[in-house]
Design a protein around this ligand. Structure first.
Ligand SMILES: [Zn+2]
Ligand SMILES: [Zn+2]
Ligand SMILES: [Zn+2]
Length: 207
């Protein structure tokens, strides 16, 4: 059985260049140059284009390195079940288990982990952002959040001489929270054409 992958979340601010995340993959991976099997944390497909003749899938291992479906390192092998007796990268297995990618195996004590999956923020990122709201009345006392659709009170940002505009009061995300960018979750939202979208240019998805 394949395992669910984590989103390929990153702190880097590069522009989106057509890649899409893979949501699942076989449990074990090995490149031709690898001395052991590894486990997949996340994976991204880059579509064929003027640089590459065919789609390229990059698999990120839990232990750090990554392997590509084409390139100098040769082919990659991906399997759900290990060939008997083959060694597996301990760092990969420990991190995959620790992050809850698998159920805790029988015989181990319960493993605690903080979720590393994209869980919705407790405070809506549209709070206190003039760009991420639309005013619903002339006096700008009520507005709608572009990130989550909530209708909230508007207040001034900053105080006195340091006031710098207005924004929705701090609020929990409403029903219509925008889909997270697979690369930056909800951390880099900006307004484009009246919608809250990720700064990197990820086009979102229809679901
Ligand atoms: Zn590894
Ligand atoms: Zn909101
Ligand atoms: Zn993004």
């Amino acid at each position: 059985m394949p395992v669910a992958l984590l989103p390929p979340t990153t702190n880097s601010g590069g522009a989106w260049s057509g890649q899409t995340p893979l949501t699942e993959a076989p449990r074990y991976i090995r490149g031709r140059g690898n001395s052991r099997w590894h486990r997949v944390r996340s994976a991204v497909i880059y579509p064929a284009g003027h640089v590459r003749a065919a789609d390229v899938t990059i698999y990120h291992y839990w232990c750090g390195p990554s392997g590509g479906s084409s390139g100098k390192a040769g082919p990659l092998w991906l399997v759900d079940d290990l060939p008997p007796g083959e060694p597996v990268c301990g760092t990969c297995v420990g991190r995959a288990l620790g992050a809850g990618q698998d159920d805790t195996p029988a015989g181990l004590p319960p493993l605690l982990f903080s979720p590393r999956w994209q869980s919705p923020p407790t405070v809506c990122p549209g709070s206190n952002k003039q760009d991420l709201m639309v005013a619903l009345n002339q006096r700008i006392t009520v507005g709608q959040c572009l990130v989550c659709g909530a209708i909230e009170r508007v207040h001034a940002l900053g105080r006195g001489y340091n006031a710098y505009g207005y924004g929705l009061i701090k609020h929990a995300p409403g029903e219509d929270l925008a889909n997270p960018c697979p690369f930056h979750a909800w951390s880099q939202l900006v307004e484009r054409k009246g919608q809250a979208v990720c700064r990197c240019g990820w086009p979102g998805n229809a679901s």
